[in-house]
Design a protein around this ligand. Structure first.
Ligand code: 5AD
Ligand code: SF4
Length: 452
């Protein structure tokens, strides 16, 4: 099959969550395996793949514009294909299928979230037979974990343990485009993790829409704790996971933050709202009180744990009083990072049918107030790090200054420090260095590398 791809170049534009980023690594792995060369820009690329997200409307409308405007970009000199081929995959591909080919006459291929592996065949058909094609499956036949992966970084790996979601939060399109939750076998996960450790990977992030319910479909009961234990046992240096649904976060998992050597003191625990009335309308199946009790337990086990969350502002029917419940919750928890979203109506979800008459300006005002608070709290949380020595896993150099190294602390904070004299920056990448924190900003810390 490789012949048509030999000597071609490809680029992938990825939107949305880590699961999409990981899927892009798999697409990259497949195309590289067939002889195509990765490039950064559309200008240099013969094949362009868009890995799309439809969680909120903004990304959705942007995609159509981007694909349409591609026709104005000339093909690179020396391209063996005679024209540029483009493909849309990910969640919009899954949702819109054939409709995308109709709406975008320059688009060649559409594929879905359940059939990443079909992409090369569909592209080949387009190239050899000038046949525009879409292929979207209703549900995944199996976990597509046997596809090759071209990892973005040598020192870090994403390891999907489940795909899909059974939760049906009333605002969310994910269960419709990613399908029902499917878990991967524990042995397969452990084996992939061991392979990463042998290959020198320092950090593994377990991925799933709701990792906490891992195993229910396979073993009849959630067994996420077993995954944590198995991956820790591989000897990996740093272990993280995303995302956790509060309703399924068990005491056993919480306890691992105190006992597992590799589990980093950071947890992303989306709360979405601080109002019980809104949480119920969102179908989140926990209360504000239960959420706060989880935070209390986590801090009892690991007092220094860094917490982050997702919040939706302006859910249908949200009143000022509901919003203030959210505001006060954010104040009380003191997150190190909060991802704030304005509610975006997604056709086909239950929330799209709910009465929604809050004026746009009112929602924007709530959003702005929340963002101010989030920044103040993040700044405060970072101040507490002044003077501390933290282990930084080096990822590269600062975007603004090549003489400054950039990496992540155990709590997942971005840390900058001047590269010690006589040391080659490239040699530091993927290693862990101790840094004394001397300056704390809202979104990053900086300091000096100290002798280990
Ligand atoms: N509108 C706004 N935000 C949304 N999210 C999911 N669906 C919507 C929507 N319809 C947010 C949630 C989720 C994050 C990934 O995206 O906060 O946790
Ligand atoms: Fe969407 Fe809720 Fe599933 Fe997360 S848990 S993907 S918000 S339905």
């Amino acid at each position: 099959m490789s012949s048509v791809f030999e000597g071609t170049t490809f680029c992938i534009h990825t939107f949305g969550c880590q699961m999409n980023k990981h899927d892009s690594e798999r697409v990259s792995g497949m195309l590289e395996g067939l002889g195509s060369l990765p490039v950064e820009t559309i200008e240099e690329a013969d094949l362009v793949v868009f890995m799309t997200c439809c969680v909120r409307e903004a990304a959705d409308t942007r995609l159509y514009g981007q694909v349409a405007s591609m026709k104005n970009i000339p093909l690179r000199e020396g391209s063996p294909l005679g024209k540029r081929y483009s493909a849309v995959g990910g969640c919009i591909g899954q949702r819109d299928g054939e409709k995308l080919l109709k709406a975008l006459p320059h688009l060649d291929v559409v594929f879905g979230t359940h059939n990443l592996g079909s992409l090369p065949g569909l592209l080949r058909r387009a190239i050899e037979r000038h046949d525009r094609a879409s292929e979207v499956l209703e549900a995944g036949e199996a976990f597509s974990s046997d596809l090759p992966t071209a990892r973005e970084h040598t020192w870090a790996a994403w390891l999907p343990i489940t795909v899909g979601c059974n939760n049906f939060c009333s605002y969310c399109i994910v269960p419709y485009v990613r399908g029902r939750e499917k878990s991967r076998k524990l042995e397969d996960i452990a084996q992939e993790a061991r392979g990463y450790v042998e290959a020198g990977v320092k950090e593994i992030t377990l991925l799933g829409q709701n990792v906490n319910s891992y195993g229910r479909d396979l073993y009849g009961e959630p067994r996420f704790v077993d995954v944590l234990d198995a991956v820790d046992a591989t000897g990996i240096e740093r272990l993280r996971f995303a995302t956790s649904h509060p309703k399924d976060l068990t005491d056993e998992v919480i306890e691992r933050f105190g006992t597992l050597r590799s589990l980093m003191p950071a947890l992303h625990l989306p709360v979405q709202s601080g109002s019980n009335r809104i949480l119920e309308a969102m179908n989140r199946r926990y209360t504000r009180e239960r959420y706060l009790s989880l935070i209390e337990k986590l801090r009892a086990v690991r007092p220094d744990i860094a917490l982050s969350t997702d919040i939706i502002v302006g859910f249908p029917g949200e009143t000022e009083a509901d919003f203030m419940e959210t505001y006060r919750l954010v104040e009380e928890v003191g997150y190190s990072q909060v991802f704030t979203f304005i509610y975006s109506k997604r056709e086909g979800t239950p929330a799209a049918e709910m009465e929604d008459d809050t004026p746009r300006e009112v929602i924007q005002d709530r959003f702005d107030r929340l963002v101010d608070l989030v920044q103040r709290k993040a700044f405060e949380a970072n101040q507490a790090e002044l003077g501390a020595v933290v282990d930084v896993l080096v990822e590269g150099t600062s975007k603004r200054d090549g003489a400054i190294l950039a990496g992540k602390s155990p709590k997942n904070q971005t840390v900058h420090a001047p590269i010690p004299s006589g040391i080659d920056a490239a040699a530091l990448i993927g290693s862990t260095v101790p840094v004394r924190i001397e300056e704390a900003r809202t979104w990053y810390l900086s300091g000096t590398v100290v002798d280990a």
